[in-house]
Design a protein around this ligand. Sequence first.
Ligand code: GLN
Length: 276
Amino acid sequence: MTTDIAVGVLALQGAFYEHVKLLRQAATEVALKNGQRWEFVEVRTTQELERCEGLIIPGGESTTVSLVAARSNMLEPLRNFVKVHRKSTWGTCAGLILLAESANRTKKGGQDLIGGLDVRVNRNYFGRQTESFETPLALPFLNSRNGDGRNDTFNGIFIRAPVVEKLLPVVQGEQTGEGALDETVIAPAKEAEGERAKKQVLRPVEVMATLPGRSRTLRGEVAALGMADEVGDIVAVKQGNVFGTSFHPELTEDARIHVWWLEQVRDLLDNQDQHR
Ligand code: GLN
């Protein structure tokens, strides 16, 4: 029997429909085995979440999403999805904020994070709504898609966008040092138990894209990563099953990142199946 692979988009608030649209477009390019098909689900309940093998948390307003998620009793299921079951999860903009282990520029107690990425985000780094902008981004992880060696840029749409301002030590549990900072919230600890925990390998945070020319922070971080000094602000990161972007690919017509991400979802599933 073949089962379809369900991928969800959290549909509590924000640009979820746009993600579903691009996922459908991307799906035609990402082949599955044995006649399996992709299925895309708008996720508003725990039951819908439980059907999914991957999840996108869209842009919008992170405070609102976390309030609605708390009211719908979805915060814990979301944390389990990301940090215990380690399913593929991608957050864009507000979604990136929710997936961070630490976020500043936020009132203490005013926002619950899901966590999963050992980073600190600065919530409104790129300013207020009026300071939104678009800029061509080089996305090295997509280069392999351009077989002819071209390095096509991606139109980065930034709307009151956060930035990753610090890579945190990769720890199992809570980023306790972060909790002591003013106006910073942290995600609660969430760990797999028993046999599953033993199998979990902590992955490093990978910097997937930077925005050159706006660099004010991170010199030290970047040096530690062995990258060139003038790299700029970090606008995309990946840590194991979790991926986050500051910008909004769903507001473009370009499905390249969605194609790449669906391949990640598929490959992670294949891997987990082999180790089951
Ligand atoms: N800065 C916003 C927040 O805190 C995110 C903006 C967005 O998703 N476009 O939620």
